[in-house]
Design a binder for this molecule. Sequence first.
Ligand code: PNS
Length: 166
Amino acid sequence: MKRVAVYAGSFDPVTNGHINIIERSVKLFDKVIIGILVNVNKQYWFNKEERVEMVRSSLSEAIRSQVEIIPFNGLLVEFMAQQKASILIRGLRAVSDYEYELQMHLTNQTLSHDKIETVFLPSNRENLYLSSSLIKEIAKFRGDISPFVPKNVVEYIEKWVDHHEN
Ligand code: PNS
């Protein structure tokens, strides 16, 4: 039986922390699908196509050939059922992530009638306190975001800030 895992998130934008989790995940599962949430009620900096492209272009050729990048809307458990995936990957940073992640795990477990198992991968040292929202905050004030996101993503973010300057 193939172990199909979904690494789900907003990826608005993808960070070095996300990339690290993807690189480690492909070693653990037969197939890794990166599920990018498209929620009509949520305000993103980047649209579906931009978020897909940012993730795609941040991965090495070798890793890219081992993953699928698929946007989804609606419930994660339904997306996972469509993809025949039973493992949900979530990165876990500091303790502060735990309560929200536990809540998501329990909800998904109930909604999927125990068909989905969540696997937490602890963040590596460099990315322990990294978040997409913090990076956006730094970018808005024109701080240097290059230590936190892949090179090509820096350009996307800086362009966004340029276009939204008032
Ligand atoms: O990167 P994020 O924003 O922390 O990812 C959160 C995500 C996308 C995994 C979560 O919001 C989600 O699964 N949304 C889809 C809607 C859903 O299924 N909600 C119930 C799960 S608790």
